[in-house]
Design a protein around this ligand. Structure first.
Ligand SMILES: [Zn+2]
Length: 238
């Protein structure tokens, strides 16, 4: 091999070497870049994870705070309720036994017990104030008469009459010879004696109504078995 050829070969080798080195450097650079990219990706992922964890933690804390507040509010409401209930009980006790009492009310319940008859009345708790009001209403001078119902025809007669019922009867008794006897066909003897007549308003004879009466007659109050058996003999009150 000549010197020239030798140099040529040397140069070629050098170029080859340089190329090789260049390629190596390039590869290294690429590797570095790749690594850098990987690192940045992992850093980003780490950051994102940290961020997510923080957000979640904040969310949980917020939730807990809301729950806590909710519970406090509930407890407060319960306490208030309890307090008002206690206050109510206290109030009820305060005026309870003084202002309330038991009174018998309604129809009596009749209980047959072997040879005994028990009469039991329903007891009702009423405020005493009501009783006071009632006793005020029922004054001792209240009328005890059984006045005529305003809608009855007899009431109009009574209102227009100048004489009182007693005076009217006395006057009529003086004028009519057989007043109040079987021979008196104009005046209802039965009504005169008992104050009641089965024919009532439709009686063909005159009924005298008293101004006052110590007996209170209430129509259809008595509904005993005797009335249902013999209906046409039932006493009609007028
Ligand atoms: Zn009659």
């Amino acid at each position: 091999m000549s010197r020239k050829e030798k140099r040529k070969a040397m140069k070629k080798m050098k170029r080859k070497q340089t190329r090789k080195e260049l390629a190596l450097k390039e590869q290294e650079l690429i590797n570095m870049e790749q690594e850098e990219a990987k690192r940045s990706v992992s850093v980003r992922i780490m950051f994102e994870e940290r961020e997510r964890a923080w957000t979640e933690a904040m969310e949980i804390r917020k939730q807990k705070r809301i729950e806590h507040e909710e519970e406090e509010r509930r407890n407060k409401a319960l306490e208030d309720e309890e307090l008002s209930r206690k206050q109510q009980i206290k109030n009820a006790n305060d005026d309870g036994e003084d202002d309330w009492e038991y009174v018998e009310e309604g129809p009596a319940e009749i209980i047959w017990k072997e040879n005994e008859v028990l009469v039991k009345k329903k007891r009702v708790k009423v405020p005493k104030r009501n009783k006071d009001q009632q006793s005020i209403k029922e004054d001792s001078d209240r009328p005890t008469s059984n006045p005529l119902p305003p809608q009855s025809e007899a009431f109009d007669d009574y209102k227009n009459a100048s004489l009182s019922a007693q005076q009217l009867i006395e006057t009529v008794a003086e004028q009519v010879p057989h007043f109040g006897t079987e021979q008196d066909k104009d005046h209802c003897t039965f009504h005169l004696k008992t104050g009641a007549c089965r024919f009532g308003q439709h009686c063909s004879r005159v009924h005298f109504y008293p101004d006052k009466s110590c007996t209170l007659l209430i129509k259809n109050m008595y509904n005993g078995p005797g009335l249902t058996w013999k209906q046409d003999e039932g006493l009609e009150v007028c």
